[in-house]
Design a protein around this ligand. Structure first.
Ligand SMILES: [Zn+2]
Length: 286
C-alpha cells in the first residue's frame, strides 16, 4: 500500500513539475470571448509547423501537457482553449445557465444539437456561436494544415476503445477497429482516414477508423475534418497517462508526418523514444 502511495505521489510530483515548467515557456495567447465569457487561445512554441496540435477541453490537463511538451521540443503548432478549467463553456441567459461543449460546434448541426440540449431555439445565439467557431477555425488555420492532431483525455470508466466494438454504444461510428498489443481501453487513436488507420495499426496501440457512412454528425472536430477531407487524428489517453500520451504522439508523428514503415520504425526508435522521454524529465527538473 505504501509503495502504491509512493508511486502516485511520484507521478503527481512529476506531472506538476513538467506542467509548471512548460506553463512558463514560449507561450503566446489571444482572447476569443465566447458570449461574454473570457476564453484565451494559447499557443506554445510558435506556429511554425503545418501540423496542428489542439486541446479544446480545458479540464483535460494531461493532453494539455503532452501538447505543450511536444510543441516545444519537437515540431507542431500547439494550441489550447483556456477558460474555467471545465470541459464546457458556460454562460448565463436570463436566469438559465447554458453549457456548450466546444467539441460539438464544428458543424452547424452540432451547434443546433447543443442548443437543443439547453432547450434553446434562438437563431441569434446559434449565429453567435457559429461566428465564434469560424473565428477559432480561422485562427487555427485548420483548412491549410497537413495534419490535425486533437488531444483528449478520458476517465477509467465508460468511454474508451471498447465503446466502438460491435454491439457497443459507438459501434456505428467506426468503420474498423484494431486492437493493439498495449491493451488499455482508454488509450487509443481515433482517425478519419483509412491510410492513417493502416499506418497506425502497424504499431502497438489500438486504433479506431471513423465511419464515412454511419457516423453521427454531432458537431465534433473529427466529423468536420472527415467531411472536408482534412487529415485528422485524435489521441485519446486516460487522465494522468502522460508518458503514454507523449509516446503515442511521437509514434503518430513519425508514422504520419515523417513517413516510413511505422511498425519497423517504432521498433528502431523505441530506444530513442526512451532517451527523449528521459531528456524531457531532466529538462523539467533543471
Ligand atoms: Zn476531450
Amino acid at each position: 500500500m505504501a509503495y502504491v502511495y509512493l508511486c502516485i505521489m511520484r507521478e503527481t510530483v512529476f506531472f506538476f513539475l513538467i506542467f509548471f515548467t512548460f506553463s512558463l515557456q514560449g507561450q503566446h495567447s489571444f482572447p476569443l470571448p465566447f458570449i461574454g465569457i473570457p476564453v484565451e487561445v494559447l499557443n506554445f512554441g510558435g506556429d511554425t509547423s503545418d501540423v496542428l496540435l489542439f486541446n479544446m477541453h480545458d479540464n483535460e490537463n494531461t493532453s494539455a501537457l503532452a501538447g505543450r511538451v511536444f510543441g516545444e521540443k519537437y515540431d507542431g503548432s500547439y494550441y489550447e482553449l483556456m477558460h474555467t478549467g471545465k470541459r464546457n463553456i458556460s454562460f448565463l441567459l436570463g436566469e438559465d445557465s447554458i453549457h456548450i461543449d466546444p467539441n460539438r460546434i464544428f458543424t452547424d448541426k452540432g451547434v443546433w444539437l447543443q442548443l437543443k440540449k439547453n432547450k434553446l431555439k434562438d437563431s441569434l445565439i446559434f449565429q453567435t456561436i457559429v461566428t465564434w467557431r469560424d473565428s477559432l477555425l480561422t485562427a487555427l488555420k485548420i483548412e491549410s494544415r497537413s495534419l490535425v492532431i486533437a488531444l483528449h483525455n478520458n476517465t477509467a470508466y465508460n468511454y474508451g476503445f471498447k465503446s466502438y466494438k460491435p454491439g457497443e454504444e459507438y459501434a456505428d461510428e467506426a468503420q474498423a477497429i484494431s486492437r493493439g498489443a498495449i491493451w488499455d481501453k482508454d488509450d487509443f487513436f481515433f482517425v478519419t482516414d483509412k491510410d492513417q488507420y493502416e499506418k497506425l495499426a502497424t504499431g502497438k496501440y489500438s486504433v479506431v477508423l471513423q465511419s464515412t457512412t454511419t457516423l453521427t454528425d454531432d458537431g465534433s472536430l473529427s466529423v468536420y475534418c472527415g467531411q472536408l477531407g482534412i487529415p485528422y487524428i485524435n489521441i485519446e489517453a486516460q487522465h494522468g497517462h502522460l508518458p503514454r500520451q507523449i509516446k503515442m504522439l511521437i509514434f503518430a508523428y513519425r508514422a504520419l508526418v515523417e513517413g516510413g514503415d511505422s511498425g519497423g520504425q517504432e521498433k528502431r526508435n523505441r530506444h530513442q523514444q526512451k532517451k527523449e522521454l528521459r531528456a524531457l524529465i531532466r529538462a523539467s527538473k533543471s
